[in-house]
Design a protein around this ligand. Structure first.
Ligand code: NAP
Length: 260
């Protein structure tokens, strides 16, 4: 039993989520691991218990199934030991917009948007009430780049970024830290699962490097962490330009360039 908050990690059976699990266990946190693949979760849990002497619970859930999502929400609402949510589970997009169908859109949006939002909503009131805790949402640099051709996936990640920025503004003053992590291409199974060959990419980050960098941002309490971004001032400039644009909006007046 750890004195630190328990960390609930979605998508903990592989890739970024499994690496977060390893790192938080190393830091001495108890864990709740969520994903669909029970065997992989159990074997990771057994290894982490053995190696780091922490308590690790496994919660098997398909976040696209209402009942399973409800179970994870209830755990986040009711288990006062959980102080950190790593909202990581996500799917990639297979093919362009014209290759999508209703089911593939529903699956993508269900995990990348609906589950992320509902899980944050399940834990946020309790953390705000306690005046501490953290919500980490895994976005993507694809959410900044419609040019990359992963339109719906990018849109889900733009949503995650906006959600995180809004939550940081709402919950930050109540003592809750909210971080969005925006990885670029990282060596995990998401590529093969989306039918893409990772070996065709010019550059790929190793997953341990990605998570370690994300945790540097976490420890610094950064609202947005972009591990592959060398020039942090470029993000500041982009955000500054956005805020200036907001200042330029005139609610009551049509801009002169639109007057007939
Ligand atoms: N790798 C990259 O290049 C990259 C770049 C930017 C952002 N990201 C983001 O990073 C996050 C983690 O992805 P990853 O790269 O680590 O890929 P990954 O290895 O494929 O991991 C995805 C995780 O999500 C879980 N998952 C998928 N569908 C689920 C569902 N319906 N219900 C519950 N869990 C589900 C998977 O577990 P089960 O199959 O066991 O359910 C798995 O643990 C995602 O949000 C992804 O969009 C990745």
């Amino acid at each position: 039993m750890s004195t630190q908050p328990t960390v609930l990690i979605t998508g903990a059976s592989s890739g970024i989520g499994a690496t977060y699990a390893e790192r938080f266990a190393q830091r001495g946190h108890d864990l709740v691991l969520v994903a669909r693949d029970e065997q992989r979760l159990q074997s990771l849990a057994a290894r982490l218990r053995e190696q780091f002497a922490v308590t690790v619970d496994v919660l098997v859930a398909d976040l696209n199934k209402a009942e399973a999502l409800g179970t994870v929400e209830a755990r986040l609402r009711d288990d006062a030991s959980i102080g950190v949510l790593i909202n990581n589970a996500g799917l990639g997009q297979s093919g362009g917009f014209l290759a999508q169908n209703a089911e593939s859109l529903e699956r993508l949006i269900g995990v990348n948007i609906t589950a992320v939002t509902r899980l944050a909503a399940a834990i946020a009131p309790r953390l705000a009430e306690a005046g501490n805790g953290a919500i980490v949402n895994i976005g993507s640099v694809v959410g900044l780049a419609p040019e990359l051709g992963m339109t719906v996936y990018g849109a889900t990640k733009a949503f995650v970024q906006f959600l995180s920025q809004g939550l940081a503004l709402e919950l930050g003053p109540k003592g809750v830290y909210v971080q969005a992590v925006l990885p670029a291409a990282t060596r995990t199974e998401i590529w093969a699962r989306s039918g893409l060959d990772i070996n065709t990419l010019p550059e790929v980050m190793e997953v341990e490097d990605l998570v370690d960098a994300a945790l540097v941002g976490y420890d610094r309490r950064e609202p947005i962490t972009i591990p592959p971004l060398a020039h942090g001032e470029r993000w500041a400039a982009l955000d500054g330009a956005r805020q200036m644009l907001m200042g330029d909006l005139r609610q009551a007046e049509v801009a002169s360039r639109y007057r007939a």
